[in-house]
Design a protein around this ligand. Structure first.
Ligand SMILES: [Zn+2]
Ligand SMILES: [Zn+2]
Length: 338
């Protein structure tokens, strides 16, 4: 089978690999589509807990073509989305129910082979059967959606709370739709690129602020009077993380959802956090949220079709890498059969 391999930091190759042989608790997935994610760029550069060489790709869906003898919850021919994050089940965090904080976390596409390949060996418990009628390309976005569901759980939006989303890339636009479903009052988006602002408005934002030509804090104050109850940072930069703190009202929550490079530091004023009684939270991956993500997508509650900007073949992976994170690109899908 053809697969993208990262042999070492900063390098990728298209390789011919044998089709993986599954064990009794695995399944073999014929990958239909696998999304390129900002995290893939961190993995490419050797950041994050990557192990080289690896077949990257952790946002994928496809058809089950082979099944281990112990697997009962899914059948050959079913469509499935993959939860790439594999937890050990026995560490101190897993046994407290905080499985995503697992001390022995492994992940398909990070330190185990993932979805940028024609086939993928998936431990069967990581596969979620998809309802018929849900296009497999959209199902590739179940993973980022599941991460968004966890973030919204942590954001603690009270019905009617004003919410600001910083960044209207694919993740920002998913989180924005979830914030609306969670009861956001005014829903404001800050995004420098006009086509993304337009899409944000189409998908339910009340206003889209241009941070290059408008004063974001002033606009948020104008719309809310006191600042946002919840600010969700979906860019992953120091500047926007610092800005998120400024946009919150007293008693507000700042959710850091975007992934910055490890080692970067942002400035916060402890006195400000004290006086305004702010909550600053991180949100990491997707514990127990995949089933809800499948249901939201299948029910049409979250729209992802307009977030897909490119469909590329495996041999066009170089193009995907250079497009990722640019304003022309939203979600880029690699379709191995395409
Ligand atoms: Zn991702
Ligand atoms: Zn564990």
């Amino acid at each position: 089978m053809k697969a993208i391999v990262f042999p070492q930091p900063g390098e990728w190759i298209l390789e011919d690999r044998p089709i993986p042989r599954i064990g009794p608790d695995d399944l073999l997935l014929k990958v239909h589509a696998c999304g390129v994610c900002g995290t893939d760029l961190h993995i490419f550069h050797g950041e994050h807990f990557v192990r080289f060489p690896v077949i990257p790709g952790h946002e994928y869906a496809g058809e089950v073509v082979e099944l281990g003898e112990n697997v009962k919850h899914i059948a050959v021919g079913d469509h499935a989305a993959v939860d790439p994050n594999i937890t050990c089940g026995v560490c101190r965090y897993c046994r407290r129910g905080q499985i995503h904080l697992c001390e022995d976390l492994t992940a398909l596409g990070v330190n185990m082979d993932g979805g940028f390949a024609e086939f993928s060996l998936v431990p069967a418990k990581q596969a979620y059967k998809l309802p018929s009628g849900l296009p497999l390309e959209q199902a590739a976005l179940v993973e980022p959606l599941a991460c968004g569901v966890h973030g919204i759980d942590l954001a603690g939006i009270s019905i009617g709370d004003d919410v600001v989303i910083i960044g209207a890339g694919p993740i920002g636009l998913i989180v924005m739709q979830l914030a609306r479903l969670a009861g956001a009052g005014r829903l404001l988006v800050s995004e420098p690129h006009e086509p993304r602002r337009r899409l944000a408005l189409e998908l339910g934002a009340d206003a889209a602020i241009d941070p290059l030509n408008q004063d974001v804090k002033e606009e948020v104050l104008k719309a809310t009077g006191i600042g946002a109850g919840v600010v969700i940072e979906c860019v992953g930069s120091v500047r926007t993380a610092e800005q998120a703190v400024e946009l919150a009202r007293r008693g507000g929550t700042i959710l850091l959802f975007g992934v910055t490079s490890p080692g970067l530091e942002a400035a916060v004023k402890p006195y400000d956090i004290f006086l305004r009684e702010l909550t600053i939270r991180g949100s990491f991956i997707n514990p127990f949220t995949h089933a809800r993500a499948v249901s939201l997508l299948a029910g049409g509650r979250v729209k992802v079709d307009k977030l897909i900007s490119h469909r590329l073949r495996l041999d066009e992976f170089g193009q995907a890498l250079s497009l990722a994170g640019t304003p022309e690109a939203a979600k880029i899908l690699i379709e191995p059969g395409g």
